[in-house]
Design a protein around this ligand. Structure first.
Ligand code: PA5
Length: 442
């Protein structure tokens, strides 16, 4: 069976193979603590079982809900932030036609609730003005400001447009099973709902209804996605030397040698949001207690013309993990040109992907020569199954890495600080003392 692969053999100039191998027992212990529920943050380990817990019945319910929403609307606005939107967006952006949106299902899916841009919302309401639209609102806590503002705006707009009764049929909420403002509202308005399990944190929820419903609305195959996740679950939980152990051990060995920034670099523009999802997963899981690898992203070859200079010759604290896609889904050849003014006739008949692969290899060699240890993750091609494998691989490796770092990978206490300041500045009732304190700092 072909599957996602990982290779760290190009870091041996920077950290010896034996030094990485010496960390395997530590990584295996970390995995054991995840599996037997003794890891830090052990009340948030439900994601380890989601590939099994999402039954065919749940998948069928999600598919049916997606089909109902598609039948009623031309556009669905997915409202969510952080872990409540990045997984779905990553799958859609990777698999959709770059120029025809998600028209596999003749359906446009757009996003809101991931920013507080006034012009964005003005333009969104303008855009939706003459469209039949629906809403998929996602928030585990049901209380996050950005999606709550977006939902308040869009719900009112939709109700004015089609009436409260029809609006309720076009709104699906994904939230906690019993708590939170969104749960209360959804029950009150009789919206169709799906539950985010208590023991699955936002950034580990891509393989629950949080990711699955938007992906199904956009017309992609959620069964294949979950099948890929199940395959990787088996690989990572049943093997003591899985690719998750290898990746966690290799990046930890480099971190302990002073490589404190990891760039996840792709050579395919469709993978941009996979990187965004990965940045959130690793950044929120590891960056705490004044520790952690800083996760950065780059889209190559685009960013070789912006960040390439720094990566090649800047401060040497970078490691790089390349995501390589073995096979393109389509074939495009470079044509011959009689005048050959650009001197590119030596490429005549070559596929664009052949050139891209040489750019990838050339970059890898250049960066190693420049002092950047290089790891590589290979996907056989871009498909739901391989993205399911990739997601689960990254999640397990993240749980292992966080434990090796000694932090709780499943909380995010630091995210509260900006919220508290924002509420104090906005003079939210109950924040009077904080308002006084922050105003004194201005
Ligand atoms: O990983 C996390 O828990 C966070 O990034 C959340 O996903 C994000 O803050 C959104 O939270 P919620 O789904 O509660 O609105």
């Amino acid at each position: 069976m072909s599957s996602v692969k990982f290779d760290y053999s190009k870091i041996y100039n920077f950290v010896a193979k034996d030094e990485v191998k010496a960390l395997y027992p530590e990584a295996q212990e970390a995995l054991k603590s995840l599996k037997n529920g003794t890891s830090k943050g052990n009340d948030f380990l439900g994601w380890l079982d989601t590939p099994n817990d999402i039954t065919p019945e749940i998948l069928a319910d999600i598919e049916k809900t997606a089909a109902d929403l598609r039948a009623r609307t031309q556009v669905v606005v997915v409202i969510g932030i952080g872990g409540s939107y990045l997984g779905a967006r990553a799958v859609m952006e990777t698999l959709a036609d770059s120029f025809h949106n998600f028209d596999k299902a003749d359906m446009k899916v757009i996003f809101a609730g991931h920013n507080i841009g006034e012009d964005y919302y003005h333009e969104l309401l303008n855009y939706l003005g003459n469209k039949e639209f629906g809403i998929c609102v996602i928030s585990k806590s049901g209380a996050t400001t950005e999606p709550a503002i977006a939902f308040r705006l869009l719900k009112e707009f939709l109700e004015k447009k089609v009436g409260r009764e029809e609006a309720a049929k076009r709104i699906v909420a994904i939230t906690d099973g019993s708590k939170g403002a969104l749960r209360t509202l959804a029950d009150q308005e009789n919206y169709k709902t799906f539950v985010i399990p208590d023991n699955v944190g936002g950034r580990f929820s891509a393989l629950t209804p949080v990711g699955l419903l938007p992906i199904a609305i956009a017309g992609f195959d959620i069964c294949a996605l979950m099948q890929g996740a199940s395959e990787m679950r088996k690989e990572c939980l049943d093997n003591t030397e899985s690719i998750a152990i290898e990746y966690a051990a290799a990046r930890t060995a480099l971190y302990r040698k002073g490589y404190v920034v990891e760039i996840l670099a792709n050579f395919n523009p469709k993978l941009h949001y996979i990187t965004e999802w990965w940045k959130q997963l690793y950044g929120e899981s590891e960056g705490k207690e004044n520790k952690g690898i800083f996760p950065a992203g780059a889209d190559f070859t685009t960013d070789l013309h912006s960040m390439g200079q720094y990566i090649q010759q800047g401060l040497r604290m970078l490691m790089e993990t390349i995501i390589s896609v073995e096979k393109s889904n389509y074939k495009v050849e470079i044509p011959s040109d009689v005048a050959n003014l650009d001197n590119l006739n030596f490429l005549t008949g070559k596929r664009i992907d052949e050139v891209n692969k040489m750019a990838e290899l050339g970059t890898q060699i250049a960066h190693i020569d420049g002092g950047v240890p290089n790891m590589k993750i290979t996907l056989p091609s871009l498909s739901e199954q391989y993205i399911g494998q990739l997601f689960f691989f990254f999640e397990v490796a993240c749980g292992i890495s966080g434990n090796m770092l000694g932090v709780n990978p499943f909380d995010q206490p630091g995210v509260e600080d900006y919220k508290n300041n924002m509420f104090a500045l906005l003079e939210k009732p109950g924040y009077e003392e904080a308002t006084k304190a922050i105003k004194a700092k201005l």
